[in-house]
Design a protein around this ligand. Structure first.
Ligand code: SAH
Length: 272
């Protein structure tokens, strides 16, 4: 067994999850597994009797394999690889004849995360040609079957790892992982701010004579409908209000005032 530097942390239950690949035959699947794990923030990998292993070749296949490879362990037996695990999940493409505790990924991720507070939770994946044998399945507290089309139940090994890691990461990630902050960096616009904005837009549209042949009330209602659907935040409502006001300001600065007219009729329409 080799044991090297500690893996990077995700700061949540994923740090206690270990992926165990049992007797993997194809090195490409080890590389694919590492990539899937890294993407989902799971970094602890143990290999049990891999048929072929080369860090160099894996690094050439899997982008950014370093964090997983640096802490990778290789074991001679499944028992050794699982010795510190408080809960072991096996994976299988199909139900076997023996009665076992089967579950679907989403049903079991909740419990995996809870068990991970007690210690290491291991998820074991079988060989590409035969899956996990009975001896290996006997060591598992639960068996996960990823639901598939009934005619094509066997996933590629690395893709099966991805599905499990994805489910786990979604489970912990909802609360732990911040989405990129953008438009919600500020609070939602208040009713008052929205009315201020609509007023400004209406005024600006009047200034460019937008309503000439149109029904102002209907146009303004449509604008309200569109902008309500957009769920504007405060910054966005201010930006739109500024557009409305700046139309008027630009006209005041750049368009010469019309010569005084005989009638006292205002050239600006204040109609609704
Ligand atoms: N021929 C084997 C399939 C092996 S696929 C069999 O019939 O069991 C290699 C590994 O990928 C499996 O051991 C399991 O760990 C994982 N795997 C593949 N399909 C899966 C599925 N539908 N659900 C859960 N794990 C799966």
């Amino acid at each position: 067994m080799t044991d090297r530097s500690p893996p990077p942390t995700s700061g949540n239950a994923l740090d206690r999850v270990v992926i165990v690949l049992h007797e993997t035959q194809d090195l490409v699947n080890i590389a694919g597994t590492i990539r899937a794990m890294t993407n989902m923030g799971v970094f602890r990998l143990r290999l049990v009797r891999p048929r072929e292993f080369s860090e160099y070749r894996i690094s050439g296949i899997a982008h950014q394999a370093g964090p997983v490879l640096d802490s990778l362990e290789i074991h001679d037996s499944l028992d050794e690889a699982l010795s510190d695990a408080v809960w072991v999940i096996g994976t299988s493409a199909r139900r076997r004849s023996a009665n076992r505790n089967y579950g679907r990924p989403r049903e079991l991720t909740q419990e995996m995360v809870e068990r991970a507070t007690d210690g290491t939770v291991a998820i074991v994946f079988g060989r590409e040609d035969r899956g996990l044998d009975n001896e290996a399945l006997d060591r598992c507290d639960r068996i996960v079957i990823i639901p598939t089309d009934a005619r094509f139940t066997s996933l590629n090994l690395a893709q099966a790892v991805l599905v499990l890691c994805w489910e786990l990461s979604m489970h912990v990630g909802d609360t732990d992982r911040a989405l990129p902050e953008g438009r919600r960096a500020t609070r939602a616009a208040t009713r008052g701010e929205m009315e201020h904005m609509f007023g400004a837009l209406e005024q600006g549209l009047h200034r460019i004579d937008f309503f000439k042949a149109r029904e102002p009330e209907a146009v303004l209602r449509t604008i309200r409908t569109i902008l309500s659907r957009a769920e504007l935040d405060r910054r966005e409502s201010r930006l739109l209000a500024a557009i409305g006001f700046e139309i008027g300001n630009w006209i005041d600065r750049n368009v010469p005032a019309p010569p005084p007219q005989d009638e006292e009729k205002d050239s600006r329409s204040d109609d609704e």
